[in-house]
Design a protein around this ligand. Structure first.
Ligand SMILES: Cc1ncc(COP(=O)(O)O)c(C=O)c1O
Length: 374
């Protein structure tokens, strides 16, 4: 047997990681401006993370959710404190797509409605409902097609209002910053307008912060640049710094029947130790502030290139080139030792580095970019 062929890959075997860098099997060093797809928030092999996860593994890796798991309460408590959502409940699961499925299920149960509104250029995952609200038919199969979902233009408030007024929608779902769609920041007025419409029509507002959350935007959640308080927030990726984990923040008014949500692995001892250590490092090393500061530095340095359009908040940055960036990204990896990300449009380069980068890493990235652009 061999692994199922999923993505096209670089001919590089990454064996080690330390901070903002990874190393291949020949010992070659690479700057990770991709963060393993927005996953590495506190840096590779952070000593606190390693010690907390390995310490937990030595005691107990897993026991089921049929017993009390006190470390889950620590995670939820600290997450509430750092995010400002102390009054919400937290459902633990294992991935982003699973968080989306549970968020939609909750909204549907709460409102007793079945339709979901989503936006163009969205990406919410690859499981059945998540992919049906992802604006990319190329990654869906017939079993995923459903009449329960409707799409409107990105930031199309009037279109959304026209759909929501018949009160058939259980939820509107929106990314705090569209990631795969090309780093499109949801403007505060757009989110505030949407939130108002949702309150008027009894629709749940779901903020997908799977990629933009856990400090990546410079705030704990990207929607916190606005005054909006969503009914439901989905998280994953940077939350576990590589440990597969996800979750749903749930407004206290939204209730589920006991047993309606459930999970075998979600919130297990090991996953909870990983998330707790991520939260502790975000707090103790002021990583939200660093994300904001380094993001501003990167954007201001990149603004010197007239031919580039730069967007984003914190360390979630999109750069639009006038041409396809595939060759450029390959050269960055193979010639300069720098990983970056792609987006839906091949002309867009995505930067999602660990939130721990400093001025040295920003400079290294800029030097490498200027070399490949020569
Ligand atoms: C905004 C957003 N939502 C959901 C997902 C799905 O997350 P996962 O790959 O963990 O299922 C992703 C993954 O890229 C994402 O960027």
């Amino acid at each position: 047997m061999k692994p199922f062929d999923v993505y096209s890959v670089y001919p590089v075997n990454i064996e080690n990681g330390k901070g903002c860098y990874v190393f291949d099997s020949t010992g070659k060093k690479y700057l990770d401006f991709y963060g393993g797809h927005a996953v590495i928030s506190i840096g590779h092999s952070h000593p606190h993370y390693v010690s907390k996860v390995s310490g937990q593994l030595q005691k107990l890796g897993f026991y089921s959710n049929s017993v009390e798991i006190p470390i889950q309460k620590e995670v939820a408590g600290l997450l509430g404190e750092l995010s400002g959502y102390n009054d919400y409940d937290f459902f633990f699961c294992n991935s982003g797509a699973e968080a989306i499925e549970n968020a939609l299920k909750l909204a549907s149960f709460h409102t007793d409605r079945e339709k979901v509104l989503y936006f163009s250029n969205s990406f919410h995952g690859r499981t059945s409902l998540a992919v049906s609200i992802t604006d990319n038919r190329a990654i869906s199969a017939p079993v995923n097609y459903t009449d329960h979902v409707e799409k409107v233009s990105w930031e199309g408030l009037d279109e959304a209002r026209a759909k929501l007024k018949d009160r058939k929608f259980c939820a509107v779902i929106v990314e705090g910053i569209q990631g795969v769609g090309g780093i499109n920041v949801a403007e505060p007025q757009f989110l505030e307008g949407l939130s108002e419409m949702c309150s008027e029509t009894g629709t749940c507002l779901i903020l997908d912060e799977i990629q933009s959350g856990f400090g990546r935007s410079g705030k704990f959640f990207a929607h916190q640049y606005s005054s909006v308080k969503p009914d439901i927030i989905t998280v994953a990726k940077g939350m576990g710094n590589g440990f597969p984990t996800g979750g749903v923040l749930i407004h206290p008014d939204i209730k589920a029947k006991k047993g309606m949500l459930g999970t075998t692995f979600g919130g297990n001892h090991l996953a909870s130790a990983a998330v707790l250590s991520v939260l502790e490092v975000l707090r103790d090393e002021n990583l939200l502030e660093n994300s904001m500061k380094m993001g501003q530095l990167l954007k201001s340095e990149l603004s010197r290139y007239d031919q580039l359009e730069v967007r984003g908040l914190g360390l979630m940055i999109g750069i639009d080139f006038q041409q396809d960036t595939r060759e450029l990204r390959k050269k960055l990896v193979l010639e300069q030792g720098v990983f970056t990300g792609s987006a839906k449009s091949p002309n867009t380069l995505r930067l999602l580095p660990p939130l721990t980068i400093g001025e040295e890493e920003v400079q290294k990235f800029l030097d490498s970019l200027s070399k490949v652009l020569e």
